[in-house]
Design a protein around this ligand. Structure first.
Ligand SMILES: [Zn+2]
Length: 256
């Protein structure tokens, strides 16, 4: 039994995936809907499909295509589409979690060149892990922070003990019925990160967790990762957190 979590990467599938991007006549695979095989479910322009290149051993990899607009993003969706997307995505994630087929289910999104993503078209990933429980690596302090805003019991905060370092935003949901405020806060975090946070920031990740019977979303602006984290697992915490918090409150909320 391994003392830490690790997944095995299938290099042959990885090579096929890279070859598909380097084709001369590359077309966005999620724009070309007619050629998408293995559609699991759909709601309007939102699609859940099996991943064509499942590079991870002992997993079930699916892709949730968020819209048919290749250049849209969570930060730009009209509210109706935003709510529809998160209701659909969370429902599919929890259905996989509750199926009993997986030790745990990863639910995340990559956006931009520093996020680790390969396809520009807005999409998320739901990955069932047959043998690994990601919760093993979670600590309650990863989600603790200073509250930016709170609505219907849903808390939007900025981390005081981030997992990787610098700025991480958390949305903590006590009840599954409050998905609209969750979606609103995720949209605000994505919009702030891409438009106001730092002129050079063009990337973020969104991660979902089930932790202590709560649903938690974490939005992480991405830059080149600090060597102190890579080499020593030491996160650096910015002394600008209070300033960022005040700026978000001023731009997105009326707080007196
Ligand atoms: Zn596309």
């Amino acid at each position: 039994m391994l003392s830490h979590l690790q997944l095995y990467f299938n290099s042959n599938v990885g090579k096929e995936k890279i070859a598909s991007y380097s084709k001369h006549n590359y077309q966005c695979p999620f724009c070309d809907r007619a050629s998408l095989a293995n559609v699991i479910d759909e709601d309007g322009t939102i699609l859940l499909v099996e991943n064509k290149y499942p590079v991870l051993h002992d997993t079930y990899q699916t892709v949730l295509v968020e819209t048919n607009d290749c250049c849209a993003d969570i930060s730009t969706y009209p509210k109706e589409h935003l709510y529809r997307l998160f209701h659909f995505a969370v429902e599919k994630w929890l259905a996989m979690e509750n199926s009993g087929e997986y030790a745990s289910v990863l639910f995340f999104k990559n956006h931009g060149p520093y996020s680790g993503g390969t396809i520009h078209h807005p999409h998320m990933q739901l990955i069932g892990l047959k043998n690994l429980d990601y919760q093993t690596n979670l600590k309650p302090e990863h989600f603790e922070g200073i509250t930016i805003h709170e609505k219907h019991g849903v808390v939007f905060n900025i981390s005081t003990q981030p997992r990787i370092g610098f700025f991480e935003f958390n949305v903590i949901l006590p009840e599954i019925t409050q998905l609209n405020p969750l979606a609103d806060y995720i949209q605000i975090a994505a919009h702030y990160v891409l438009r106001h946070f730092n002129k050079s920031c063009n990337s973020y990740n969104l991660f979902f967790y089930l932790h202590n019977e709560k649903i938690i979303a974490k939005i992480v602006p991405r830059f080149i990762t600090s060597p102190l984290f890579i080499g020593y697992s030491i996160p650096q915490v910015s002394d600008r957190a209070e300033q960022v918090l005040a700026e978000i409150q001023r731009k997105y909320f009326t707080i007196r």
